[in-house]
Design a protein around this ligand. Structure first.
Ligand SMILES: Cc1ncc(CNC=O)c(N)n1
Length: 212
């Protein structure tokens, strides 16, 4: 299980699409496809994050879970505005995007995680994993030896910046705290959910890259 997790994590965070941004060989039509689809994704992601916030608010644990998640929602508000301006910069129409199968599957997965019977520990683990994949992927494109094209720097900064890294570590801490207290049943569910997130992320990159 650990080996599988490790392999999938690498597949999700070092995908050929990301590597092509990092080495400057990226096909701009792939980038545009990703941009249009990711805008759709982010709009679906907001209600999921809101559902995690509701679950956090029902926990009597101390801690600043609510503040961290609320901060995440606030940055999604900026992110939606960023997508709109970025899309107009690249001439990507956002209003009539044909939602790709991989995106639909990912939405359906998120909808299931929004159900009240899904444990907070499972939902927050998924939330952390979704954010962490983007953070690790785009931070890789900002490393000193990367050749990321200047017009894509802004995109990489959005998720690869140090503040976003700090936010992901806060989410990870919350998830770890919940998992330490979880029953073995919940732990298993969290583990399976984590792997599903990685699979959906790989499928999402595949779609951008045009190999799905
Ligand atoms: C497919 C996917 N996964 C994770 C993120 C990052 N979270 C919010 O922006 C994203 N934008 N898109």
């Amino acid at each position: 299980m650990w080996a599988k997790k490790h392999l999938l994590y690498t597949e999700a965070t070092r995908h050929p699409f990301i590597l092509s941004i990092r080495d400057g060989s990226v096909d701009l039509s792939s980038f545009k496809r990703w941009l249009g689809q990711d805008y759709v994704f982010v709009r679906e992601f907001v209600p999921f994050v809101a559902s995690v916030l509701i679950k956090a608010s029902k926990k009597s644990d101390d801690g600043n879970d609510m503040e961290v998640i609320l901060g995440g929602l606030a940055s999604l508000n900026d992110e939606i505005a960023w997508f709109k301006s970025e899309a107009s910069k690249w001439d990507v129409p956002l209003s009539n995007t044909v939602v790709h199968k991989a995106n639909q599957n990912y939405s359906r997965f998120l909808e299931n995680l929004m159900l009240p019977e899904v444990d907070y520990a499972v939902a927050i683990t998924a939330f952390w994993a979704i954010e962490a994949v983007y953070q690790e992927s785009f931070a890789h494109c900002l490393e000193d030896d990367s050749k990321t094209p200047s017009e894509l720097q802004d995109t990489c900064q959005r998720w690869g910046n140090e503040g976003f890294g700090e936010y992901c570590r806060s989410l990870q801490k919350i998830a770890n705290r919940c998992l330490e207290k979880a029953s073995s049943d919940v732990l298993t569910k969290a583990e399976v959910t984590f792997l599903r997130v990685l699979e959906h992320e790989v499928e999402f990159w595949n779609m951008s890259h045009g190999c799905a």
